[in-house]
Design a protein around this ligand. Structure first.
Ligand SMILES: O=C(O)COP(=O)(O)O
Ligand SMILES: [Mg+2]
Length: 219
């Protein structure tokens, strides 16, 4: 059965934390602040750019009054923050295998749409996706299920599956009532056993077979 499969981006398809860490520290350096660690940057990703900047400010006690200026600086740099980002191992092969099976693929991320398109194009991943939704594509973002619903709608008919790495994705899938495959090697903050999911996986090489099994069991 040809399915619609939507993917989260940061921490699921791509390890983008090194680039996001880089822009955060460029801003903090300009502000005369100490840098944050890569682990902190990874931890701050998941709820979009504004929440990232809010957590970065909190880590360095930068007042809220600076938020709009720092967010604008973050967004300005974000489109070019692609040089250190790589797909996780096996992602390209998995996307090719799923496409060869006739499944239609999409992206639903809380990353703003411009850097989303920039990084997908930079990595040559854009060719695999029939639809791409960013954190600012609609007035609401994940865990609101609206962008996920919109992504599925754009892909036509067929069973739906969502693939993501975070508690935000788990909640989005639950609210959208969509089966959820959890990539356990991304930017997860919560133990796998405490997260909602239908199927966990830690290696993209296993994803195509897991998808077929999940679709067969649901049929
Ligand atoms: O940019 C973010 O904060 C999160 O992005 P994601 O939804 O692709 O994990
Ligand atoms: Mg993610």
């Amino acid at each position: 059965m040809n399915a619609r499969i939507v993917f989260d981006l940061d921490g699921t398809l791509i390890d983008s934390a090194p680039d996001i860490h880089g822009i955060a520290n460029a801003i903090l350096s300009e502000e005369g602040q100490e840098p944050i660690s890569l682990a902190q940057a990874r931890d701050f990703i998941g709820n979009g750019a504004s929440v990232f900047v809010q957590k970065m400010r909190a880590a360095r006690s930068i007042p809220e009054a600076e938020h709009p200026r720092l967010l604008a600086s973050f967004i300005r740099r974000y489109d070019h923050a692609v040089m250190l980002t790589l797909p996780y191992p096996g992602v390209v092969e998995a996307l090719a295998a799923l496409t060869a099976k006739g499944h239609r693929l999409g992206v639903c991320t809380n990353k703003p749409i411009r850097p989303t398109r920039a990084v997908l194009a930079h990595l040559g991943l854009d060719r695999w996706f029939g639809t791409v939704w960013g954190g600012d594509s609609l007035p609401v973002h994940k865990p609101d299920p609206a962008p996920l619903h919109a992504a599925f709608e754009a892909l036509g008919d067929g069973p739906r599956l969502y693939v993501g790495d975070s508690d935000v994705d788990a909640e989005t899938a639950q609210r959208a009532e969509v089966p959820f495959l959890l990539f356990t090697e991304g930017y997860r903050k919560v133990p796998v056993s405490e997260m909602h999911h239908d199927v966990p996986f830690d290696d993209f090489a296993t994803l195509p077979a897991l998808v077929e099994r999940l679709l067969a069991s649901a049929a």
